[in-house]
Design a binder for this molecule. Structure first.
Ligand SMILES: [NH3+]CCCOc1cc(-c2cn[nH]c2)ccc1C(=O)Nc1ccccc1
Length: 335
């Protein structure tokens, strides 16, 4: 019997697939489609000062819909718990993938980094800075595509992406010099620095700035001095150097990255960063939902387009996933 009455009949819970701090993530099956999902479960009583982080993440993920961002399907809030029903990424963290391969070839690093650039260009275009970009927050789906998670530290400055931020957050080894120095900073520029650390980790298998003691680590970051292995190509060294500029005003911008020669190598086109999700609702999914719930298509379209992030939102998105993967747009156990 499901230990959570809120999920009964909606999701069939299976094993724990991940955990981080204040949350446990479990594999589950969405009852109406049979599709796998990940359910991030948080107990409000143990959240403490992390409660605002959960609300930040939920509101941001409701706004963000992109092929390289882990999709939020449904939110269930009870008196004592939050449940976030999320896109399932069966191949785990990019962090573990890098460790398993020691380091990646330029070609493989390029495929991943193009996806990271696409995701960050998209969230910046929506007015968000992630502020905790690192391989542990990039998951691999069944097709080895990257999905960005953990928007708990993201910022959507009221005055837009050119507004300064002050909160020092994120993981120290990926934090920008202006951030660790306690100066005000732009979220977009801090994200670009973290992406430079990420690219270095993809290509080298270790971090450019590392130290067991935080003050020493911060000094190394502020110096901006790091070793570049001799076997790195000149183009890779140049791209990393353009991102690991201590002066944020000299740092490469996301716009320049989109068509950067290193990213365009192997005769690639500029990074296609726009969301592949259409604004209009999918007719086949609406038809299947209308038949299942015995509603007119018009009424079903009106209900789905409210995007309440309830079970109907989850069912719509999971039907759309099935269609995008070439599987039948069908619901199980008709009424
Ligand atoms: N480092 C990731 C550990 C597993 O965490 C997740 C996995 C999935 C996932 C797994 N499969 N599909 C999605 C989706 C979300 C998370 C997540 O947000 N974890 C987390 C972030 C911050 C604090 C606490 C926990």
């Amino acid at each position: 019997m499901s230990q959570f009455t809120e999920l009964r009949g909606l999701y069939h819970l299976r094993e724990t697939i991940g955990s981080g701090g204040f949350a446990k993530v479990k594999l589950a099956y969405h009852a109406l489609t049979g599709e796998k999902v990940a359910i991030k479960i948080m107990d409000k009583r143990s959240l403490g000062e992390d409660l605002p982080r959960v609300k930040t993440e939920i509101e941001a993920m409701k706004d963000l819909c992109h092929q390289h961002i882990c999709k939020l399907y449904q939110v269930i809030e009870t008196e004592t718990k939050f449940f976030m029903i999320l896109e399932y990424c069966p191949e785990g963290e990019l962090f573990d993938y890098i460790v398993s391969k020691d380091k990646l070839s330029e070609e493989e690093a390029r495929v991943f980094f193009r996806q990271i650039v696409a995701a960050v260009a998209y969230i910046h275009s929506q007015g968000y800075a992630h502020r905790d970009l690192k391989p542990e927050n990039l998951l691999l789906d069944e097709d080895q595509n990257l999905k960005l998670i953990d928007f708990g530290l993201c910022a959507k400055p009221k005055g837009g992406m050119d507004s300064q931020l002050f909160t020092c957050c994120g993981s120290p080894a990926y934090a920008a010099p202006e951030l660790v120095s306690g100066r005000e900073y732009l979220g977009s520029e801090a994200d670009l620095w973290s992406m430079g650390i990420l690219l270095y980790a993809l290509l080298c298998g270790y971090l450019p700035f590392d130290d067991d003691k935080i003050p020493s680590l911060y000094k190394k970051i502020q110096s901006g001095k790091y070793d570049t292995p001799s076997w790195l190509s000149d183009e890779s060294k140049s791209l990393i150097a353009s991102m690991l500029q201590v002066d944020p005003k000299r740092r490469v911008t996301i716009r320049h990255l989109l068509a950067h020669p290193w990213l365009m190598a192997d005769a690639q086109c500029p990074v296609e960063w726009h969301s592949k999700y259409k604004r209009c609702l999918d007719e086949d999914c609406l038809t299947e939902l209308a038949v299942h719930y015995g509603k007119t298509k018009k009424d079903m379209e009106a209900s789905v387009s409210e995007f309440k992030f309830d079970y109907l939102t989850a069912t719509y998105f999971l039907l759309l996933e099935k269609k995008m993967k070439g599987r039948p747009v069908r619901l199980l156990n008709k009424i």
